[in-house]
Design a protein around this ligand. Structure first.
Ligand code: PMP
Ligand code: GLN
Length: 394
């Protein structure tokens, strides 16, 4: 929470992101960081080498406003290869400073004062802040755990959230932090409401390749007549283990993309020249490389899932992403995730993220007892973390 009297009204209450707070806590205590989602291992060598070559060969100045053609073309090939979606690299693809900037650009570019954005919660923490910066209004719809532990929404809740002021539905699949991969039925429900009320859908698909156990990622733009009203957002960070490079993108029909570009050009303008061709090389890697990323993460998920259960947490098995949501109440009857996460580095040498921060104030109770652990770490580190969590308080 920011106490500064200088913070603009729209941003009061947003304070410091939980990711910064918890990663700083990991650094100061030396705890294992299973909080902020970043891997402790590198991505494909071809991708890394390409960035080095680009820097050495002088690709160190501003790239073009839309992003380098080599990357925009690779993005269109990727969208066609995996999802059978066709985009024109010249007018329907925009390279951004991570998916975060694409989201900000989309919301700032589309919203007028008081426009409503329906979004599923829990949600990635930049969503509410960006809607506030765009002077819009966030209208959260709860994802709740079902009998089988999978988080899902109730169609009636979604319908009830839509008003004459709704402009956008903001979707995230595979979903952070719950690990839900939206099914075709769920997406059809979103799509039919978007048609009925003439809404734009912003679809955050940064975990598009991190899905397990036969779950399939379905971009909502592939549903009938949805391409025309959808801004699809992704980035190279999760797929290629390059979260620090912040190379993201948005794909949309030209009139929608133009709204994103108009805002984006006054945020960073451009970023990451040498990283853009490197991510392009990643996007063109053979299917086997993508399958390996998912297979490797599934093994890590199973290892941490088993370990967290052993340590006494109730766990929710994710179908995608690299996060596991847990319920801490078997270990801590008070069930306050924020104080649990502030203590955990000191008592057990592990950092996690309290899911409460992913909920709006009105639904804070829904996430109070939940804590998220990231499993994008080497098996050695995950084993060490599990050992620590299973040991008594240190
Ligand atoms: N959306 C979701 C759901 C995320 O978890 C993240 C975290 N990286 C982002 C967007 C931001 O992606 P980037 O790092 O590419 O800005
Ligand atoms: N997306 C990552 C997470 O949810 C990191 C986000 C960030 O650091 N802003 O942990």
């Amino acid at each position: 929470m920011s106490g500064s009297p200088h913070v603009a009204d729209a941003l009061k209450g947003f304070g410091t992101t939980i990711f910064a707070e918890m990663s700083a806590l990991a650094a100061s205590t030396g705890a294992i960081n299973l909080g902020q989602g970043f891997p402790n291992y590198d991505g494909p060598q071809e991708v890394l080498e390409r960035a080095v070559e680009e820097i050495r060969s002088g690709n160190n100045q501003y790239p073009p406003g839309l992003g380098m053609p080599v990357l925009r073309e690779a993005i269109t090939r990727h969208q066609r290869r995996f999802w059978n979606l066709t985009y024109d690299a010249d007018v329907e693809v925009l390279v951004t400073a991570g998916a975060t900037e694409a989201l900000a650009g989309a919301l700032l570019g589309l919203l007028n004062d008081g426009d409503e954005v329906v979004m599923f919660e829990p949600m990635y923490d930049s969503y509410m802040a960006c809607v506030a910066m765009a002077r819009g209004r966030a209208v959260p719809v709860l994802l709740r755990p079902q009998a089988d532990g999978r988080y899902a929404f109730d169609e009636a809740d979604l319908r009830a959230a839509i008003s004459p002021r709704t402009r956008v539905i903001l979707l995230n699949t595979p979903h952070n932090p719950t690990g839900t991969v939206f099914t075709r039925n769920e997406l059809e429900c979103v799509a039919s409401l978007a048609h009925e009320h003439d809404l734009v859908v912003i679809s955050d698909e940064v975990y598009e390749h991190l899905v397990f156990d036969g779950a399939s990622h379905i971009p909502i733009a592939t549903l009938e007549e949805m391409r025309e009203r959808t801004i699809t957002i992704s980035s190279g960070g999760k797929t290629f283990n390059t979260t620090g490079w912040k190379i993201g993108w948005a794909c949309a029909p030209a009139p929608l993309l133009d709204a994103v570009r108009t805002a984006k050009q006054f945020l960073t303008y451009v970023n990451g020249a040498p990283f853009q061709p490197a991510i392009a090389a990643g996007l063109d890697l053979p299917d086997a490389c993508y399958n390996n990323v998912a297979d490797d993460l599934r093994r890590k998920r199973d290892l941490l899932l088993e370990g967290l259960r052993h340590a006494g947490f109730t766990t929710y098995k994710p179908e995608g992403t690299y996060f596991i949501t847990t319920d801490i109440r078997p270990l801590d009857p008070h069930g306050d995730g924020v104080s649990f996460c502030r203590q955990l580095p000191h008592t057990h040498g592990v950092v996690a993220i309290p899911n409460g921060v992913f909920y709006s104030a009105e639904h804070a109770n829904e996430g109070r007892h939940l804590v998220r652990f990231a499993f994008c770490k080497t098996e050695e580190l995950l084993n060490e973390a599990v050992e620590r969590l299973c040991a008594g308080a240190r």
